[in-house]
Design a protein around this ligand. Structure first.
Ligand SMILES: Nc1nc2c(c(=O)[nH]1)N[C@H]1C(S)=C(S)[C@@H](COP(=O)(O)O)O[C@H]1N2
Ligand SMILES: [Mo]
Length: 445
């Protein structure tokens, strides 16, 4: 479909009416189908693809349709039924959802030490602002502060030290698709994680400039995205963190991602990056930070959102509402980014370079071990120190396979508290924090 879209956009042969219909196929395929096939809304009678309808369909599909007479009505061509995903500046992502946009990156495309903006996952809860006027953008800090502040991005840059940090972000629901029983929500596999280089000012510096009162307990974040319902009274999401976490010098109010303006889907022109905690703490399209005298109770802060039971539960078990606690530091985890799962190597030279990243929330990763025998024995990988706190840590190893056959490479990271990744999933009702080991299939043939 993206080829069709670009062909059509380039040739500009599609009339305005055809272009509108094309849009309609994307947004409301049934209605588009009714128009093209010439049926009335309340009738099931078979329509015919002829005349204008046929010309439109042919233009939309990029050419003549030899068997158009056989196309049934009420039929959405496969090319149009697939959701086109051509967001400028994004590449290689797998789309889970287009409204709101949610897209993750396959593990083998996350091989770079710094995640290119094109490969940074997208997790939207609402509708991003249509356009963001960087020059006119302001950020307000208010609530439990001595001096409420409202500043432009230029003022932020002028008043505060500008810093660059590689910061790792992961959605709390990353890995949810492996839950059994299933948990509702985006069915992320493993790619809702990234580590970009962010440029911005320290959140702590800005909060100190506003002067935190003794009553300051929690932050509350607000952005310019809107609720899916279109209701201006509703917010898609508004979360926050305890003041102690907010004052960590590694949190940024960022205006650049990898040395360029932030990608529109990643929160341009201004966002929070609060690494090591669920990605949902890192508010995008940031407009306001309200300092509160209690734990923030905005949308996705209360109930079961971004919370896990405060005791271990059996898969599928009911958990009482008051037993859920807010997820804070994310647990230790790793990802193999090379080879891609399913790789085949020759038995004549059964050696493979394995690479990946590991991270551990507020903690540091102290070792990554790899296994090729389903966890019976482990091989220590070379593990680098983080470039700066909260950057993911890169690991690598060269593995020799003893004979031809099927193998799985498993990775297991351990943090400085001695905690290590389990093989199994610690199930919880909302599908958070799947830190079970990542594994890739390797065939020596
Ligand atoms: N304003 C706003 N900020 C937001 C969100 C959102 O929907 N709206 N989603 C959050 C969630 S759940 C995650 S995991 C991260 C994802 O950041 P990314 O889309 O840049 O990868 O953004 C967070 N910040
Ligand atoms: Mo998230």
């Amino acid at each position: 479909v993206s080829t069709i879209v670009s062909d059509l956009e380039e040739s500009r042969t599609m009339s305005k009416k055809q272009a509108d219909l094309f849009d309609l196929y994307v947004k409301d395929p049934e209605e588009a189908d009714r128009i093209v096939f010439g049926r009335t809304p309340n009738s099931d009678r078979r329509g015919f693809l002829k005349g204008a309808g046929l010309a439109t369909m042919a233009a939309m599909l990029g050419g003549f349709i030899p068997f158009h007479r056989n196309m049934p009505s009420g039929f959405i061509p496969a090319a149009l039924a697939e959701e086109p995903f051509s967001i400028e500046g994004k590449d290689g992502l797998t789309v889970l959802n287009d409204r709101p946009v949610n897209a993750e990156c396959p593990a083998h495309l996350l091989d770079d030490e710094i995640t290119p903006s094109a490969r940074h996952f997208i997790r939207n809860n609402g509708v991003p602002p249509e356009s963001a006027d960087t020059a006119a953008w302001t950020l307000t800090i208010d609530g439990e502060v001595e001096t409420p502040l409202t500043m432009s991005i230029e003022e932020l840059k002028k008043k505060f030290e500008v810093v660059k940090l590689q910061l790792q972000l992961e959605c709390g629901g990353n890995g949810r698709s492996f839950f059994d029983p299933k948990a509702k929500g985006n069915q992320w596999s493993i790619g809702a994680v990234a580590c970009a280089e962010w440029t911005g000012v320290r959140l702590a510096d800005v909060l100190k400039a506003a002067g935190l009162k003794d009553s300051a307990v929690y932050t509350a974040h607000f952005g310019a995205d809107t609720h899916l319902s279109g209701d201006p009274e509703k917010l898609p999401i508004s979360r926050g963190v305890p003041i102690e976490k907010a004052l960590d010098s590694n949190n940024l109010i960022a205006f650049e991602q990898n040395g360029a303006p932030i990608h529109p889907m990643n929160g341009a022109p201004l966002r929070l990056v609060i690494p090591g905690w669920p990605g949902s703490c890192s508010h995008k399209w940031l407009k306001r930070i309200w300092i509160r005298d209690q734990i923030h109770d905005g949308p996705k802060m209360t109930g079961k959102a971004y919370r896990v039971p405060d005791y271990p539960v059996a898969p599928g078990e009911e958990v009482p509402k008051d037993a859920f606690k807010i997820i804070e530091s994310m647990p230790v985890k790793s990802l193999i980014t090379s080879p891609e799962s399913g790789v085949e190597i020759p038995a004549a030279e059964p050696v493979l370079k394995v690479r990946g990243h590991a991270w551990a929330g507020d903690n540091q990763v102290t070792s990554v071990d790899l296994s090729i025998d389903f966890g019976a024995t482990w091989i220590k990988a070379n593990l680098k120190e983080p470039v700066n706190p909260y950057a993911w840590q890169n690991f690598s190893a060269e593995i020799k396979f003893p004979m031809k056959g099927y193998y799985e490479v498993w990775a297991r990271a351990t943090d400085d508290q001695g905690r290590t990744q389990p093989f199994a999933i610690a199930w919880n009702p909302k599908g958070y924090l799947n830190i079970s080991m990542h594994r890739v299939a390797v065939r020596v043939a």
